[in-house]
Design a binder for this molecule. Structure first.
Ligand SMILES: Nc1ncnc2c1ncn2[C@@H]1O[C@H](COP(=O)(O)OP(=O)(O)OP(=O)(O)O)[C@@H](O)[C@H]1O
Ligand SMILES: [Mg+2]
Length: 318
């Protein structure tokens, strides 16, 4: 699908971002993006995770040309957006966060209209092919206002594809969608990716990133706080945590230093959390270290750390 129209950039990067900054020019002068750098490899499904207001939509709106950056460099499919404004816009199809559907058009009309808007020559319109791809053929003549939420979402994906961009950006593609439909949408996104389309998506759902993405970047308060392959991020979740409750609040510096030998330590009042990797630190060793301290232990338990906790801990620490 992609190969017909777009040559792969020489460095095999679908997107290159260097020291990108955005300050919205309103009274708050909030820094929405703070020196962001990241690369998205061609052919990947790249997940941008982060809490509300982290800067995810700002970032993708800059990539798609809807928001003007304050400074930094953005290269989309080998095209610097400052030098190749129009061409770089053609390299992306965006499915926005809001479901802005043309209620009085049928899916077929919507896609035809949109193809015309993108100046796709009539002989190359892909309306039928895209309706088929998104399983909407039997709804092609139904008014869009009669479509279900999931069908609308699929129509928006088809709409983002009319000009055959090599990159599709999905901003919260499954927000407010039930579990079953989410699974179905995930399969459509995978199918699109298998056809050669690089996908960048934002999400709050960690299972979504875990199922779909091969690369994950976590963004918090406008900064990138993690940027690695899913595999590497998941390996961090192969951690365990020990919860210790003390019967007083007394922890001496000496004890603090001892328990730091186990792993990453967090102390709040009489509660201690120690994150450790069982591959490197055995339970025997841990008990030995704790036994040698003067801690007055009321309760002790251990638990596996999930990707969700890795995420929450990263956000808390940054
Ligand atoms: N048009 C705008 N004018 C001024 N400030 C804005 C504008 N759009 C976003 N912001 C601010 O920029 C910051 C980042 O917002 P953004 O919408 O990029 O976050 P987000 O990660 O997409 O959040 P969400 O998960 O809620 O969609 C926020 O502080 C937000 O208030
Ligand atoms: Mg957003």
């Amino acid at each position: 699908m992609r190969e017909k129209y777009w040559e792969i950039p020489y460095n095999k990067l679908a997107l290159q971002i260097e020291k990108l900054n955005k300050i919205y020019n309103d009274e708050t002068k909030n820094i929405a993006l703070d020196d962001i750098s990241l690369n998205v490899p061609v052919g990947s499904i790249f997940g941008l995770l982060g809490p509300n207001g982290a800067g995810k939509s700002t970032l993708i709106n800059i990539i798609s040309g809807a928001v003007i950056k304050t400074s930094g460099r953005v290269v989309v499919w080998g095209l610097d957006i400052d030098t190749y404004r129009k061409q770089s816009k053609l390299a992306v199809g965006v499915v926005p966060q809001e479901l802005n559907i043309d209620a009085f058009f049928t899916p077929k009309e919507t896609l035809n209209l949109h193809s015309g808007m993108f100046n796709v020559p009539k002989g190359k319109w892909r309306t039928d092919e895209l309706l088929e791809l998104m399983d909407l053929t039997d709804k092609s003549e139904t008014y869009s206002r009669k479509l279900s939420g999931g069908m609308r979402r699929r129509l928006l994906v088809a709409k983002a594809m009319v000009h055959s961009p090599p990159i599709v950006i999905l901003d919260e593609p499954t927000a407010g969608v039930d579990v079953e439909l989410r699974q179905k949408l995930w399969n459509y996104f995978k199918k699109l990716n298998e056809l050669g389309v690089t996908i960048i998506l934002t999400t709050h759902y960690l299972e979504e990133a875990e199922f779909l993405c091969d690369h994950i970047a976590i963004i918090n308060k406008g900064r990138i706080i993690a940027n690695e392959t899913k595999k590497s991020l998941l390996s961090k979740s192969n951690q365990k945590v020990i919860f210790i409750t003390l019967n007083n609040n007394k922890i001496t510096e000496k004890d603090k230093n001892s328990i730091k030998n186990i792993g990453h330590v967090k102390i709040r009042k009489n509660k201690i959390e120690i994150y450790f990797n069982p591959k490197y630190t055995t339970m025997n060793k841990i008990i030995e270290i704790i036994y040698k301290t003067d801690l007055k232990i009321l309760d002790l338990s251990t638990k596996n750390v999930s990707l969700e906790e890795v995420f929450i801990n990263l956000i808390k620490d940054n």
